[in-house]
Design a protein around this ligand. Structure first.
Ligand code: SAH
Length: 256
């Protein structure tokens, strides 16, 4: 027991495309002894961890998931047996990824850790749309929110944040589209606020849908089973001109 415990790296895997991984993340994966990964991490990203034992602990809403407390314990235990332990999370590890619970557990156990940031879904989606989330003199305030709250969590007034923001990106909301649309309109968000729904950003099966807040339920019904974010705000108007043409071309190609 006189051996030093290992180190745990909380690594962002990015939004999907394996080449959006950082070089730092790549180097750590190559050296990893064990990798605990989310369900949505791309197989090619996992392949980089050639010498590591790979353990899926991912959560996808509605499906079986490994309880968070158990994941925390496994990270601590793994760091006692291995030098380089990776907790690989989709997007950026510090956004809607329960990273703080893991960090708290590692700190409590006296285990060294390091966070390696990743490309988050919001910026992957703005890239797909070809728009800037901020705009000089016009949109200086961006919020990342989720309407999802676990049982027993304190109340989450995500609506107030969206109403106050110039640009809002809603995570984990596609399945709640009807309620999100209704709630925002009820609380005073204009129905004609430009909106986009981006599913599976950066992956070949990506889908980009545009409309207004009033269209949200209808747009959400057109998405598939991939992860999706909803973006709202005037900056999205700039996403309409060219991509609308792209959609027309895509429709023509489908018919051909
Ligand atoms: N830590 C992640 C977010 C985890 S919560 C990040 O920084 O991106 C999971 C949610 O992220 C999904 O419900 C969806 O809203 C969003 N998401 C993840 N990958 C996505 C992708 N490729 N395209 C669109 N949304 C995505």
């Amino acid at each position: 027991m006189d051996e030093m415990p290992g180190k745990v790296y909380l690594v962002g895997a990015g939004p999907g495309a394996p080449d959006l991984l950082t070089l730092r993340a790549t180097e750590i994966l190559k050296r990893a002894d064990v990798v605990f990964h989310d369900a949505l991490v791309h197989p090619r990203t996992l392949e980089l961890a050639a010498r590591a034992e790979k353990i899926a602990v991912g959560k996808r809403s509605g499906r079986h998931s490994t309880a968070q407390k158990f994941i925390n314990k496994r990270l601590v235990d793994a760091a006692r047996d291995h030098k380089i332990v990776v907790r690989l999370k989709g997007g950026d590890p510090t956004l809607f990824g329960r990273a703080q619970e893991e960090i708290d557990a590692l700190r409590a156990a006296g285990i060294d850790f390091e966070i390696v940031p990743g490309v988050t879904a919001a910026t992957a989606a703005s890239a797909e749309l070809g728009v800037s989330l901020t705009r000089r003199g016009f949109a200086r305030h961006v919020v990342f929110v989720t309407p999802r709250a676990a049982n027993g969590e304190r109340e989450n007034d995500w609506v107030a944040s969206v109403l106050a923001a110039d640009t809002a990106v809603i995570y984990m909301g596609a399945g709640l589209a009807d309620a999100i649309g209704a709630e925002l309109i009820k609380r005073g968000k204009p129905k004609d606020t430009p909106l986009a729904l981006v599913e599976s950003a950066t992956l070949p099966e990506r889908r980009v849908l545009r409309g207004t807040l009033a269209d949200l339920p209808e747009l959400a019904r057109k998405t598939g089973a991939g992860p999706a974010v909803v973006l709202l705000g005037e900056v999205l108007k700039a996403a309409f001109a060219k991509p609308a043409a792209t959609e027309e071309i895509e429709a023509l190609l489908k018919r051909a």
